[in-house]
Design a protein around this ligand. Structure first.
Ligand code: HEM
Length: 177
């Protein structure tokens, strides 16, 4: 694969990463706090549900781009890393790549739990207690879990991006381990 094609793949990979990471930050720092200021709870719950549904689709599309472009770059980079030996762990690149994939799997698990399990459950519970004076203990428990999952998901995303940066610095990564 030519380095021109790899540059284009890197471009798309980084755009996907920008959408994935930027979206998480904008959601947590701007969208959710802004929606909470809307007085009527059912209105902000409707808005939040509409937002998360659309944002979920954008996030999945971004992750598909990230995985396809990242996956396409593995072989050419491995060819280079193999100049230090056939074992994946003979080069720093191989080590960092394995760490990156492990972090990626944990990140997907955390964000998936948030997006498909605890987030929808929180919305459901919030709707049930929309007219109540105080939140139910179950709603408070689920809200705490979704907040923890968001923070951990963001931290893992930052770590995966960091591993990508170390991989792409070939003066560092393309050396024997
Ligand atoms: C299955 C998922 C992924 C695969 C297979 C993958 C694979 C790769 C590969 C092969 C490279 C090129 C490294 C090199 O030039 O030697 C790369 C670069 C990079 N990746 Fe990923 N990646 C994945 C997911 C992610 C995710 C989720 C993020 C961020 C949250 C990320 C962030 C980066 C960054 C920042 C770079 C460096 C780009 C540059 O400046 O050259 N990657 N990735």
């Amino acid at each position: 694969m030519s380095e021109t094609v790899i540059s284009i793949l890197t471009w798309l990979h980084v755009i996907g990463v920008a959408i994935w990471l930027g979206g998480q930050i904008v959601t947590a720092a701007c969208v959710v706090p802004a929606l909470r200021t809307v007085g009527d709870r059912t209105i902000w719950l409707d808005a939040l549900e509409g937002f998360t549904r659309r944002f979920g689709r954008v996030g999945i599309a971004a992750m598909v781009i990230i995985v396809i472009t990242g996956g396409a770059m593995i072989d050419p980079r491995l060819d280079w890393a193999r100049s230090y030996g056939d074992d994946l762990y003979d080069s720093r690149w191989g080590y960092i790549f394995v760490i990156k994939m492990a972090l990626w799997a944990v990140m997907i698990a955390l964000i998936g739990l948030h997006q498909f399990v605890f987030g929808p459950r929180q919305l459901e519970l919030a709707r049930e207690s929309a007219g109540a004076e105080v939140d139910t203990p179950e709603l408070r428990r689920v809200r705490t879990i979704t907040i923890v999952l968001s923070i951990l998901g963001l931290m893992m995303t930052l770590l995966v991006a960091g591993a990508g940066a170390f991989l792409a610095n070939h003066n560092f990564s393309m050396l024997p381990s």
